[in-house]
Design a protein. Structure first.
Length: 168
C-alpha cells in the first residue's frame, strides 16, 4: 500500500511550509477527498501552532459527508512518501482536497477519529502528533471527506497541520 502526506498549504519550493491563520468559530484547515473507487486508511496526523491561543480551541480529525469549500491542492501538494509510488488518487479541487476553508458546508453525518482540546495559554498542546497502529487506524469510506478542523475563540494563532494516509 502506498502512503501519501499533505499539509494545509501549497507544497513549499523556495520558502518554508507556511502556517495558516485560524478563524473565530469553526474552520477546516485541511481536507482530503476520497475517490469513488477507493478507501483510504489514516496512518498519522498532527498540528502545531505558532503562538498560544487566547482562548480554548478544539482540533478534530474527522470524516464528513459534505465538503468544505477550500483552496484546491494541486498534484504536487499531495506527496507520495515513496518516490517510486504513483500519484495519489485523492480527488483534487475546491470542494475536494485542499486547505483553508472559506465555507464549511452543511455536514449531516460525521465520524470523529480524534479530538484535542487546547486550553488558554496552550502549554504543551501547541504541538500534537498521533500515529495509529495497523489495528486502530481509521478507514475512510469512498466519496467522503477527511478534515482537520479547528474551532477557535480567537483568530490569533496560525496553524500548520498534516495527515499521512495509505490506499489512494
Amino acid at each position: 500500500m502506498h502512503e501519501y502526506k499533505t499539509w494545509n498549504g501549497p507544497m513549499p519550493t523556495t520558502a518554508a511550509q507556511a502556517s495558516v491563520a485560524t478563524a473565530s468559530g469553526v474552520k477546516t484547515m485541511l481536507q482530503v477527498a476520497t475517490p469513488s473507487t477507493r478507501q483510504l486508511q489514516i496512518w498519522e496526523w498532527g498540528y502545531s501552532f505558532d503562538v498560544a491561543s487566547a482562548g480554548i480551541m478544539t482540533v478534530e480529525l474527522m470524516q464528513t459527508d459534505v465538503a468544505a469549500t477550500v483552496t484546491a491542492h494541486v498534484a504536487s501538494g499531495v506527496q507520495p512518501l515513496d518516490p517510486n509510488a504513483p500519484a495519489s488518487l485523492a480527488t483534487l479541487g475546491t470542494t475536494a482536497t485542499g486547505y483553508t476553508s472559506t465555507s464549511e458546508g452543511a455536514t449531516a453525518a460525521a465520524r470523529v477519529f480524534d479530538a484535542v482540546k487546547i486550553p488558554i495559554a496552550g502549554g504543551d498542546n501547541l504541538r500534537y502528533t498521533w500515529q495509529y497502529t495497523p489495528v486502530t487506524a481509521p478507514i475512510m469510506a469512498v466519496s467522503k471527506f477527511l478534515r482537520i478542523r479547528v474551532t477557535a475563540t480567537t483568530t490569533t494563532p496560525t496553524m500548520l497541520c498534516w495527515v499521512v494516509w495509505g490506499g489512494c
